[in-house]
Design a protein around this ligand. Sequence first.
Ligand SMILES: [Cu+2]
Length: 171
Amino acid sequence: MLTLTRPALAAPILAGLLGASVLGTVAARAQAPEVRADNAWARATPASAKVGAVYVTLTSPAGDTLLGASSPASRVAEVHEMTMDGAVMRMRELAGGLPLPPGQPVTLQPSGLHIMLVDLKAPLRQGGTVQVRLNFARSAPVDITARVAAIGAAGPPGAAAPPAMPGMKMP
Ligand SMILES: [Cu+2]
């Protein structure tokens, strides 16, 4: 009789264990960190340019790290930072990724952080869009559609234009 009872008992226990682990997975998914991406935009590029930059504001409620990016618009996409080296502005790839502190928006913008599109397949045209996938250490990848503003624009398309500064040449 015992040999019959054991499997009969084991089945509900197994089902219970499986149920618990499935529920655990669902709960883990519901709590999986997500990164919010707002205001994605890019600057149009001259016809001869081989690189372009994409900007976006990222907010990770739980904290995360932007590890890298990819785009169908270029061969490579890298997370870059502009820094002043004396009077010279340089940029470098953030090798360890870009930390996103919990709940604190991090804005990629001109003269600062940006996604650099290296080896553009075609120039970025004003009025168009460019797709970029952002990859994070913890969260699922986030696909953004960046709207392309004018060459040298200071902000996303539709944003207020910066005041003209007579005598100052903008790059
Ligand atoms: Cu760059």
